[in-house]
Design a protein around this ligand. Structure first.
Ligand code: FRU
Length: 499
């Protein structure tokens, strides 16, 4: 699209475009309960919040083609985080300071009822060497839950507010929360002088005037390079810092190459801003998960939604597809024994129908089970050895399966690995198709809760101790599910169709 900044019509054009072209996408072409862009492209969740009694989810959005480009903010609302209603696009890149993109950010409801979108504005600037490079600043739009006006005092945080050595090119993704004394704190991702990431903290009395405070956490080249999309919150007596690092190196089965998402769990002093890290952990061990955001629900649950895609695996969809990108299932978080646990939000259970309950079924070789099929499914599977002296070698569940296509989860108890494999899912790209994680089994016993929703699988391992998520591209009409054991296994199944 040609962009003419003097003409303030970019947002209206996007709103018109999405309201016409969403009709090209019939409901069966989208997931049942995972949020997808109204049209076009989606990446990170943005501004995830509760405002005027409803959940709001904004997202990185390019309506006109299903590919990343100058970013807009898309918008949807929900009463239960499972059923979503689209709202008109919230922001367009239509100001000098955000002309090349309204990048990720958060939202805040002020006491006077105004709703603020706090985001990174990006503009390309020609550098001394003639190269164009992004300049990133933090900005605000003020609104009512539907229409937002960019604040005349933008940008509210610029390179002048960076600590020494902080990059003005990588300075993005503000997340704001309120302290018990009523003041606001903002965490922002930044590249530091050592070329890796750091999370900066800013302080404000009114959410408009910001002052640099300190570094919350420094990467020191430990976990990848630049840290994107911070979130920071208290949970079960600990503080959890979530970041999405770029350019990771693998570490055993914990971290994989490329873009990853991890959390640092520790303690935090609200007065001094000092964060003491105690543990680190991957958030998702599958293929597609990035840039999550959390909210605290009114009944006190910390709920996280991530972008169920990853930059390194994006090539899989063609730009002529009517939509690209989806959010993860909302996940309730807990910290137990120093680990982050995730379980699908309990509201998902309202979609459960047609239970199939199976106890103590012996599996040896391949088996198809009556009533176990579908692409919108919530299935809990408990696997154990038939003979403790002779534990099976491998157990596999295949889904989205017919003779030609399938995706699988395979557990090898002797190696303690669980592998997701979508090589035969219909992908025509040489992207990542497999990933393994190391699980905590007890002599061949494993519990998996598998959530299928037409274009994805999310496997919650051992009551949420680990999660593996992957986008799938198999025709949603392909609904087979089969089981296989190399050796003798015994399984219990509790399976529901979701609709
Ligand atoms: C993370 C990210 C953010 C940025 C946005 C741009 O996926 O790179 O750091 O704000 O996407 O779309």
């Amino acid at each position: 699209m040609d962009k003419n900044l003097s003409d303030k019509n970019l947002l209206n054009e996007a709103r018109k475009y999405e309201s016409i072209h969403e009709k090209d996408i019939q409901s069966g072409m989208r997931p049942l309960f995972h949020l997808t862009p109204r049209v076009g492209w989606m990446n990170d969740p943005n501004g995830f919040c509760i405002y005027k009694g409803r959940y709001h989810m904004f997202y990185q959005y390019h309506p006109f083609v299903s590919q990343w480009d100058d970013m807009y903010w898309g918008h949807a609302v929900s009463d239960d985080l499972i059923h979503w209603t689209y709202m008109p696009a919230a922001m367009a890149p239509d100001e000098e300071y955000d002309k090349d993109g309204c990048f990720s950010g958060c939202s805040v409801a002020l006491d006077d009822g105004r709703h603020l979108l706090i985001y990174t504005g990006v503009r390309n600037e020609e550098q001394e060497d003639g190269q164009l490079r992004y300049i990133q600043t933090q900005n605000i739009a003020v609104g009512d839950g539907e229409n937002y006006v960019k604040y005349e005092g933008n940008p509210v945080i610029t390179e002048k507010d960076l600590p020494a050595g902080g990059s003005r090119h990588d300075f993005r993704d503000p997340k704001v929360w309120r302290r018990s004394d009523g003041t606001y704190i903002m965490a922002v991702g930044n590249r530091s002088a050592d070329d890796s990431g750091q999370i900066l903290l800013y302080k404000s009395e009114d959410c408009f005037n910001w002052e640099y405070w300190r570094v919350l956490a420094a990467n020191n080249n430990r976990y990848g390079k630049m840290w994107e999309c911070p979130d920071f919150f208290e949970l079960d007596g600990k503080w959890v810092l979530i970041v999405s690092p770029q350019d990771m190196l693998p570490e055993g089965f914990e971290y994989h190459n490329g873009d990853g998402t991890l959390c640092l769990i520790g303690s935090y002093d609200e007065t001094t801003g000092e964060f003491r890290e105690e543990r680190d952990q991957a958030i998702d061990y599958g293929i597609d998960f990035y840039a999550p955001q959390t909210i605290l629900t009114e009944d006190g649950r910390r709920v996280m939604i991530g972008w169920m895609q990853n930059w390194d695996a994006c090539a899989i969809r063609k730009s002529k597809a009517p939509w690209a990108g989806q959010m993860s299932v909302p996940r309730e978080l807990a910290v137990q024994d120093g680990r982050l646990y995730q379980t699908p939000i309990r509201e998902l259970e309202t979609l459960r129908h047609d239970p199939v309950i199976i106890k103590d079924m012996r599996i040896s070789g391949e088996k198809w089970i009556d009533g176990i099929e579908g692409r919108t499914v919530d299935m809990t599977l408990v696997i154990r050895p038939a003979d403790l002296q002779n534990i099976y070698h491998k157990f596999t569940v295949r889904f989205a399966r017919n003779d030609r296509f399938w995706t699988s989860l395979s557990f090898r108890p002797h190696e303690r690995t669980l592998k997701v494999d979508r090589k035969f899912s219909g992908s025509r790209r040489a992207i990542v198709h497999q990933r393994r994680c190391l699980v905590n089994d007890t002599v061949g016993c494993l519990k998996l809760r598998i959530i299928l929703d037409r274009f994805s699988v999310e496997a919650f391992i051992n009551d949420g101790e680990q999660v593996m998520s992957s986008a799938l591209y198999t025709d949603p009409e392909i609904t087979g599910i089969s089981f296989f054991a190399d050796g003798d296994a015994v399984i219990d199944i509790e399976k529901y169709s979701l609709y």
